[in-house]
Design a protein around this ligand. Structure first.
Ligand code: ATP
Ligand code: MG
Length: 460
């Protein structure tokens, strides 16, 4: 059912619209003035609004812009008192879906609504297909279809049955923990425990007792015996996160565990078997740490016999649309909202951003947008300012490494954003003339045709 709202002060027109659309697959609502119309838009969330050109309380342009600001996907059909080419062009330019003159031609109106119903059904189908696609292109909860990630899937499958130790490397937020959990799940010890230990989270002495256990009296405060991670995970897997932070003494002990499958609790000569598989992860360059004598070479060789190097998001941009859909679906369900996707310009913007925080950052950005968005489609305005400004600038790599001109541009966009796109006000705050603001905007447009059009379009 397509939700249609008619905003028109004339009861006769309302009756006519209801009659024309009576047999269509629509759910109707009506309002007689701008204020109540916008209220209904907010509560009823229509996909289509029939907007009279004369409505009490505001100009039709204001009403149109408010509706589109809430949900750019709304199809607004402006109903004019009489046909005028200028007004029709203006309406379309302002984002209206169509422009129909009074008296309403029933066939035309039914035709437009029919097309919109077909479009909505098509979108729904595409959405379902997309969902199926997300299902198809994932492995153990890891989403992706790029050659780089497919290689990772293949390696997990090959390695999982056999490994004793695996080293997972990659930048922050690329999914190292996700892959570690997948490795355990598809390994023969999946029924055994997976015990996670973050090597950077504890001070040195506590870390050793956490990993290897201790006996009563081993150190002040050791009032009882304690089983360590390795003993606890016997018959399963230990995931050592941030292995690069493991202090030197603990590194030797770990090496002994890996070589002999035995652990010694701190303060005890007795050895216990620790039949465990070890997955270690790091976002640091372990080779570099070895060269700096921060990490034991022998341990490094032992750990890196099998290395799984995860690609950064920038190295697998092909996966962006799939990941976006996946996260939109996830957060829409979480916030119990009907969100079907992102506008094209929002997608464009995301595709230009460098993603230093990788998939985690994308997940956060989409999560936030889903929380903020009012309508069913995420637009540029729902994305954080940091993404909007960094993505739209040329040479966007490290967001901090920019030229002064780029910094100026970014600041201009920031100020424009804060003053709701008011260029005169922005010029005042920036202490430059309005002409300068226009000049900067137009230069940005020509520099990165697509990118800046997005950012400037947002604020103009
Ligand atoms: N391919 C993927 N598909 C779906 N979600 C992913 C993918 N990669 C990462 N994520 C999600 O991104 C977030 C970060 O992933 P994870 O914690 O595994 O990263 P990490 O490499 O361990 O990062 P760090 O080095 O900062 O610890 C998690 O919420 C994870 O579910
Ligand atoms: Mg991690």
């Amino acid at each position: 059912m397509l939700k249609v709202l008619a905003i028109d002060p004339d009861p006769e027109v309302q009756t006519a619209i209801h009659a024309i659309l009576a047999a269509e697959k629509v759910e109707m609502a009506s309002a007689a003035d701008a204020e109540s119309g916008l209220q209904v838009v907010h509560e009823f969330r229509p996909q289509v609004v029939l907007l009279a050109q004369r409505v009490p309380g505001a100009s039709w342009v204001e009403v149109l812009e408010t509706i589109l600001a809430r949900d750019p996907a709304t199809a607004v059909i402006v109903i004019a008192l009489y046909y005028s080419t200028e007004a029709a062009v203006e309406a379309i330019q302002k984002g209206a879906y169509d422009y129909l003159p009074k008296p309403l031609d029933p066939e035309k109106l039914r035709g437009r609504i029919g097309a919109l119903i077909a479009e909505a059904e098509e979108r729904h189908k595409v959405f379902e297909l997309d969902c199926a696609l997300v299902g198809a292109y994932q492995y153990e909860g890891i989403i992706g279809r790029s050659p780089a990630i497919l290689q990772v899937f293949a390696k997990i499958r090959r390695v999982a049955p056999h490994f004793q130790t695996v080293l997972i490397t990659g930048e922050t937020g690329v999914g190292k923990e996700l892959v570690a959990r997948a490795l355990h799940r598809v390994s023969p010890v999946a029924a055994g425990p997976l015990v996670v230990c973050n090597c950077s989270a504890l001070v040195e002495t506590l870390l050793e007792s956490e990993l290897f256990g201790h006996v009563r009296g081993a150190f002040t405060g050791a009032v009882t015996d304690k089983v360590g991670v390795f003993e606890y995970a016997n018959g399963g897997t230990v995931f050592l996160d941030e292995i690069g932070e493991l202090p030197f003494p603990a590194q030797s002990k770990l090496l002994r565990v890996l070589q002999n499958q035995e652990v010694q609790r701190v303060g005890s000569p007795v050895t216990h078997t620790a039949n465990v598989r070890v997955i270690a992860a790091t976002n640091r360059n372990l080779r570099g740490l070895v060269a700096e004598k921060q990490f034991r070479q022998d341990l490094f060789y032992r750990l890196s016999m099998i290395e799984l190097e995860l690609p950064s998001l920038a190295e697998r941009r092909e996966d962006m649309p799939l990941l976006q859909r996946y996260f939109v679906r996830k957060f829409a369900a979480q916030y119990e909202k009907e969100i079907t996707g992102l506008t094209r310009r929002a997608q464009l913007l995301l595709s230009q951003y460098p993603w230093p925080g990788n998939v985690r950052e994308l997940e956060n950005v989409i999560g936030n947008a889903c929380m903020m968005v009012k309508g069913g489609v995420i637009d540029v305005g729902d994305l954080p300012e940091s993404v909007r400004s960094a993505a739209s600038l040329p040479g966007a790599g490290d967001p901090g490494l920019v030229t002064l001109e780029q910094l100026n541009q970014r600041h201009l966009l920031y100020v424009l954003d804060r003053v709701g796109g008011n260029k005169a006000r922005a010029a005042e705050i920036l202490g430059v003339s309005r002409a300068t603001v226009y000049e900067m905007l137009s230069r940005m447009k020509t520099m990165t045709a697509a990118g800046i059009a997005v950012a400037a379009g947002q604020t103009s």
